[in-house]
Ligand binder design. Structure first.
Ligand code: URA
Length: 186
């Protein structure tokens, strides 16, 4: 199955209760052949309206972070743990995240990124394990069984709320850039 076919299939998903409140399913966007994938939590108000990930304030910050390491969102691939907006932007429940994760895993299989950046605690705990803590694990490389390098860092929305997180995120993205350049030879 192609990424396009998967995107079409998901449009009618009713695997969890988030389907009821959504406006648009937010599948993901970017380069289907990207070497780097960034994974957030789930759509907010703006994303739900536009059907695209990270288009609100956190998304604008993400664009600036990417620009700081000489990348644009057209070169990477951006997706979320859940594809539908949780009511009032609450954190998706574990059941909602688990219901949606097969889609994300399929996206990862199809895109085959060399690097995955986990943006925030929801991405970290649902992809790595419920005990994982972003404060402890950010900035450290993990590796998947299939050899994908995984870097957890703070979510851009958390950086907007707490300026003290700017520096650690900057440091994490320096490491990400270094690895990206090493892997892509650019
Ligand atoms: N926050 C997320 O985690 N994902 C989005 O797409 C937007 C904001």
């Amino acid at each position: 199955m192609s990424l396009e076919q998967l995107a079409l299939d998901i449009q009618h998903c009713t695997r969890c209760g988030l389907a009821q409140g959504r406006n648009k399913v937010v599948f993901g966007m970017g380069n289907p052949a990207a070497r780097m994938m960034l994974i957030g939590e789930g759509p907010g108000k703006d994303e739900d309206e536009q059907g695209l990930p990270f288009v609100g304030r956190a998304g604008q910050l993400l664009d600036r972070i990417l620009a700081a390491i000489d990348l644009t969102r057209r070169e990477v691939y951006i997706a979320n743990v859940v594809k539908c907006r949780p009511p009032n932007n609450r954190v998706p429940t574990r059941a909602e995240a688990q219901a949606c994760l097969p889609y994300l895993y399929r996206q990862i299989e199809l895109i085959k990124p060399a690097i995955i950046v986990l943006l925030g605690s929801t991405a970290l705990t649902n992809l790595i394990g419920p005990e994982a803590r972003i404060t402890k694990m950010r900035g450290q490389w993990l590796e998947s069984r299939s050899g994908i390098k995984i870097m957890p860092t703070y979510h851009p929305a958390a950086v907007l709320r707490d300026p003290n997180k700017r520096r650690p995120v900057w440091e994490d993205f320096q490491k990400i850039q270094e690895e990206y350049l090493r892997l892509t030879g650019k």
